[in-house]
Design a protein around this ligand. Structure first.
Ligand SMILES: *[C@@H]1O[C@H](CO)[C@@H](O)[C@H](O)[C@H]1NC(C)=O
Ligand SMILES: *[C@@H]1O[C@H](CO)[C@@H](O)[C@H](O)[C@H]1NC(C)=O
Ligand SMILES: *[C@@H]1O[C@H](CO)[C@@H](O)[C@H](O)[C@H]1NC(C)=O
Ligand SMILES: *[C@@H]1O[C@H](CO)[C@@H](O)[C@H](O)[C@H]1NC(C)=O
Ligand SMILES: CC(=O)N[C@H]1CO[C@H](CO)[C@@H](O)[C@@H]1O
Length: 791
């Protein structure tokens, strides 16, 4: 997240006023009516989420708190398409002293709001409180239907506006949300109003498997997703039918995958961003595919990637405002990269905002871009056209349909409930204090083929390495916590894995979803997840699984101990975090991460001060795999050495990576309080003595590519906002000297739509700065459309 109040919002309110009938505060819901519907038996679904034993508890919250709420059986929603279910559903969301209006964040009141199959008529927004998952029956997704007289911003609202215009939650801190398996139907509303989801969110959030049904036609003002701002985030497997805009998007950075737009006036309206990666978009019968030409006089859109996309019967593929001859304001605003975009069905592929053709339709666009482009150590050039001589995509990264391989989060909807083995049933306590290492290990060891290990919500303390079998499926109940604790993880020069996935080079298939890894107190020797196995594409993956170091209840690394102190120049050892958050070891292959947030907390989520905190944690993501590796929608923030390092890695795809430099640096200077470990080629800051001995040099790297080959970065937002908590350096764009390094003979590296913030050198190649921030200013970051290895 970043506190940046002024730059993130451009005129969303005028659109809001068109979709909005009235913003009315949500009436306090009546006490939960509990009704038992006799017809339920007949309706019962086979979906395991509906019937699994609920043994989850919050370890660091109120005892007796209820996590799982079935809107129908627990709260009396009818789902009959006739009864107004708004109050019943909002009561289900709200019950139990949850984090609503006036609460910035809380990790101790999580809730799963479960919707059995049915049609739920609503007349006002369903307000999604903080730390909430809305889950519909995946075997028969429920419909949420807006009534003809629906009043409010959207059918689902992730961040309500109060009367004065303030949001309930700070948009860039609006973490930990899911909405999946729904149909949202606006077709009973007047065509002049209505939005499906107001999704104003940040990291660790996702939308999955949702269909938006809207009124079709030129006069329709309906919108599927209304996103005014945020710091996201990930979404996939969405279908938008009809409407004025399928999706109205504005966010700092975002990754989206597998979205289909049918019969929308404009499929995607990009209101503002710093960077956005669209992958696998299908657009049928729309007027405009992607409109990114907002305010040509001073563009609000930083950059967009369209990858693996197909448009049919669509008049204008992309509406944009950019000319090669440098008249854009800002200079690199409107940066665009098109890769494998099938525009045989577009009237015009790329059109300028004034209506002239920039790129004709009628063909498949292999690689085309606009922005500043760099090769090797050469000076960049402003380009608008085909981008040739890029390294080809390695075959190992490509799926059977010719697209870069992708696989959505498994929901196990065809599995019977008795396939799930509860870790609490195995004797683990999950109470935040009991050592559960042995119970988890024995539970994993007895899982047989066809079974799925289920982590009931709780906090599971582990005090030594858990050896995860090479073949196992695991999923969690709204992000149970695996907490590394104790001396075993205490030596910053002798790292130990918390979860070690298989053994080096073992062949296997491991799936993990909806889990969070933390430390309980300092664990400077902990490698939170170590991925060792070899897998075929799609056999293994980690979805919506996060590492969160400090800043929340039970971690001992909270604002009462670790509050920021800019005066302090040495690290408080009581506030050390982990050694490394994720490691794909050299023999691993087929590594797939999607929507994973590796977060060393920069602020407190639970204690009421919500203060900034200083947690000193070694490293973010280290990839030594020889590939293939896919990272979709990952983010890695605030580690001391680096946020991402690829060490002699091969065949790696990274679709929108995001990082932030620790706010306390350079007090102490990187790599303090740790020492470099040569076994994993930690960077050294020796160069700072000659290059730029002033503070900005001693900062964490956003991304280091140290040797290796065939590295494809499709979108990056790597930010530095502070020098020892002061923000004076932001205006001068020099909070740090270096952000991306490519060195030691790394070959066939290609990076597209790369944005950095306040780093003098955006990218250094073999130690020399080649792309400068000062040459590539955009609306907030500096942006280049491409850099490839070369002369
Ligand atoms: C987010 O957008 C809203 C308008 O929709 C605006 O009021 C608010 O200031 C924006 N927040 C930021 C941080 O830009
Ligand atoms: C894409 O999403 C659709 C649902 O919208 C789903 O059926 C399909 O399996 C998804 N494809 C991939 C490759 O994830
Ligand atoms: C463009 O907009 C930005 C952000 O609102 C503003 O800071 C800048 O001064 C504007 N530039 C011009 C040339 O109007
Ligand atoms: C393209 O963008 C410009 C500038 O925002 C807008 O005026 C124009 O209507 C857009 N074109 C289409 C076809 O939507
Ligand atoms: C090399 C180049 O084009 N540099 C330009 C980058 O943008 C700034 C302003 O945003 C111009 O002043 C530079 O000339």
């Amino acid at each position: 997240m970043v506190l940046c109040k002024s730059l993130s919002f451009f005129g969303a309110l005028s659109v809001l006023s068109t979709i909005l009938v009235t913003i009315s505060p949500i009436a306090p819901a009546a006490a939960a009516p509990i009704s038992q519907d006799s017809s339920l038996e007949a309706r019962a679904s086979s979906y395991w989420v509906e019937s699994i034993d609920r043994q989850g508890t919050v370890a660091f919250g109120e005892s007796g708190y209820t996590i799982f709420r079935n809107v129908m059986t627990d709260y009396g929603a009818k789902g009959d398409g006739v009864t107004d279910d708004t109050d019943a559903i909002n009561a289900a969301i709200k019950a139990g002293g949850r984090c609503g209006m006036g609460c910035d964040s809380s990790t101790t009141t999580p809730a799963i709001i479960y919707f059995p199959a049915g049609t739920y008529l609503v007349s006002a927004p369903l307000v999604q409180y903080y730390y909430t998952q809305f889950i519909g029956d995946a075997t028969n997704p429920p419909t949420i239907k807006a009534s003809a007289g629906f009043q409010g911003i959207a059918v689902i609202d992730s961040d309500p506006y109060e009367d004065g215009g303030a949001n309930w939650y700070t948009n860039q801190n609006n973490f930990f949300r899911q909405v999946r398996n729904f149909v949202i139907d606006l077709t009973s509303m007047p065509q002049t109003a209505g939005a499906g989801i107001h999704w104003q969110v940040a990291q660790a959030t996702s939308l999955q498997n949702i269909v938006f049904n809207m009124i079709e036609g030129a006069a329709s003002k309906q919108i599927g997703i209304f996103m005014d701002n945020g710091s996201g985030g990930f979404m996939s497997d969405l279908t938008f039918n009809g409407g004025n805009y399928g999706a109205f998007f504005g966010n700092q950075q975002y990754t989206t995958r597998n979205m289909t737009f049918n019969n929308c006036n404009t499929a995607i309206f990009m209101n503002w961003n710093w960077g956005w990666t669209f992958k696998s978009v299908t657009i049928n019968n729309c007027g405009v595919g992607l409109d990114m030409a907002n305010d040509p006089s001073n563009q609000t859109v930083g950059s967009v990637i369209l990858l693996d996309t197909k448009m049919t019967n669509t008049k204008i593929g992309v509406n944009t405002s950019f000319t090669e001859d440098s008249v854009s304001v800002p200079e690199t605003g409107g940066t665009l990269f098109l890769d494998n975009v099938d525009c045989t069905g577009c009237g015009v592929a790329v059109q300028s905002e004034t209506g002239s053709t920039i790129l004709a339709g009628g063909s498949v666009i292999d690689s085309w871009g606009q922005g500043r482009s760099y090769s090797g150590s050469s000076a960049g050039t402003r380009v608008q056209g085909a981008l040739t001589s890029a390294p080809s995509k390695p075959a190992s990264l490509i799926g059977s349909n010719g697209y870069i391989f992708e696989r959505s989060k498994p929901q196990y909807e065809t599995e019977a409930v008795n396939a799930f083995v509860s870790v609490k049933g195995c004797g683990a306590k999950g109470d935040g204090t009991t050592d559960d290492t042995a119970a988890i290990q024995s539970c994993m060891n007895k899982i047989t083929s066809g079974q799925i290990l289920y982590f009931d919500h709780g906090a599971y303390v582990v005090t030594s390495t858990v050896n995860v079998p090479a073949t196992i499926k695991m999923t969690g109940e709204i992000w149970p916590l695996i907490m590394a604790s104790g001396d075993y993880f205490g030596d910053a020069t002798n790292p130990k894995a918390v979860f070690s996935i298989g053994t080096a080079g073992e062949t296997g298939a491991v799936e993990m979803s909806d889990l969070i890894f933390e430390t309980k107190g300092p664990a400077p020797g902990a490698v939170m997840i170590q991925w060792n196995i070899q897998s075929a594409a799609g056999d293994s993956g980690m979805w919506d699984t996060h590492v969160r170091i400090g800043g929340s209840a039970g971690t001992g690394l909270q604002s009462d101990t670790c509050t920021k102190n800019p005066e302090q120049t040495t690290a408080n050892t009581a506030c050390e975090g982990a050694f490394l958050m994720f490691h794909a070891t050299s023999q691993s292959s087929g590594v797939y991460l999607e929507n994973t947030w590796f977060w060393v907390a920069d602020h407190e989520l639970d204690l009421s001060d919500h203060n900034q905190i200083s947690i000193y944690s070694g490293r973010g993501v280290l990839i030594e795999s020889q590939g293939p590796v896919w990272l979709y929608g990952t983010s890695s923030e605030h580690s001391v050495f680096y946020n991402y390092q690829l060490l002699n890695a091969k065949d790696v795809f990274m679709g929108m990576i995001q990082s932030e430099t620790p706010y306390f640096q350079s007090a102490p200077k990187a790599p303090a309080p740790f020492t470099a470990q040569s076994s994993i080629n930690d960077p050294s800051w020796d160069v700072c003595t000659s290059q730029n001995p002033t503070a900005p040099c001693y900062k964490s790297w956003g991304l280091r590519v140290d040797g290796g080959s065939n590295i494809l970065v499709y979108g990056a937002g790597l930010y530095s906002f502070f020098e020892d908590y002061a923000q004076d350096c932001v205006a001068g764009q020099d909070c740090q000297q270096n952000m991306i390094a490519v060195l030691h003979g790394a070959s066939d590296v290609a990076m597209y739509a790369v944005s950095t913030k306040a780093s003098v050198n955006m990218l250094t190649y073999n130690g020399q700065g080649v792309a400068l921030d000062a040459d590539n200013r955009s609306n907030f970051c500096a942006t280049i459309v491409r850099w490839i290895t070369g002369s």
